[in-house]
Design a protein around this ligand. Sequence first.
Ligand code: CA
Length: 442
Amino acid sequence: MTSRPNIIYIVADDLGYADLGCYGGRSADFGLVSPNIDALAQGGLRFTEGYANSPVCSPTRFALMTMRYQYRLRGGMEEPINSRSKGSTTLGLPPEMPTLPSLLRDAGYATALIGKWHLGYPPSFGPLRSGYDEFYGIMAGGVDYFTHCSGRGDHDLYVGDSEHHETGYLTDLLSARAVGHVQARAAEARAGRPFFLSLHYTAPHWPWETRDDAHVAAETAANLFHLDGGNIHTYRRMIHHMDEGIGQLVAALRAEGLLENTLIVFTSDNGGERFSDNWPLVGGKMDLTEGGIRVPWIAHWPAAIPAGTTSAQHCMTMDWSATMLELGGGAPPEGHTLDGVSLAAVLRDPSQGFERPLYWRMNHRGQRALRRGPWKYLKVDEHEYLFDLRADERERANLATREPARFQALREDWLAWNESVPAIPDDAAVSLGYSYRDMPQR
Ligand SMILES: [Ca+2]
């Protein structure tokens, strides 16, 4: 019987399904893009059919925190929350809502968020109000890596609730902070008080800046979407910088004697953006085609997870959070139901699996999706599709006409689920940073 693990939940931002070497990604001109993350996969368990709760940032983060479908909260209907939500008392994660960190804290964990919050602004919302003992990072959906200013030009780096000025490249600052946090928590962790660390990188989200690109910050200040910049070389280096930090974090855990009984989970909050590699999947961020929602899921925990294993278990973000809650000995309050389903049995024995139907909905383009077994029901704009992902994960062969009964059954299934969650309100916003005018369709 293993004692309760320390838990580190690493979330990359807009990283696509095939950007990492261990998911078939190409090498960069400087060599391997993600050797340290690949090593976590080699030493642990890699999921090939895991998903994000949403193809865009903040909705996935609502699900990550609450372990429920994001559609249950008003803020989760925004696609995504943006800086216009500043001052709002509704567009955020309500402090009274039980969360993964609040329930782990109740179970005795020391909790911290290092990195991106993106679930509403103080004073109504914030990480310290939702279960984190400590916070170092940004409140917004994106900032410049050097100035730490959001798209509105507001400086957005905080320690707790206080604005914090520090010079440096954000990815490196987050990595250094995470290493320092592990070192600071190590003695208590060894003595039996485990920690839960959320490490939410902004990499490899725009603007397209590597560690050596401080001069680019002035160019992107007016428009962080950085529509006239970036390329795959810059993009891969941005991933590599994050990977280096994760390597340092693993080294710190090893040096402190904590690696064996620490569960490290690595994923992305949504599918890849314009420079990402989602092969063989189609689409990306904002899309309910596989490229927008299927993401890497890697779990590393030497004390419990067999090394070098893979799993095709279907799962989404909220399931992973429910898994961590169970492994940490936490539980939701009486009568508070979670939508997330624990994967703990799969982690311990990757040959295990269970049926896990997964549902999505987007205001953007009226999208619907349901994954049930090998089948996927999809709607985009006024068009509806049926795909057999076992044979065609690229979603090119529409079987809706060939298999009308199956198509109708899945469609009914989705409609029944949709009735079980709140409807999208008329004032829910869809925010697109650019259109086909700025770049041709993928
Ligand atoms: Ca994102």
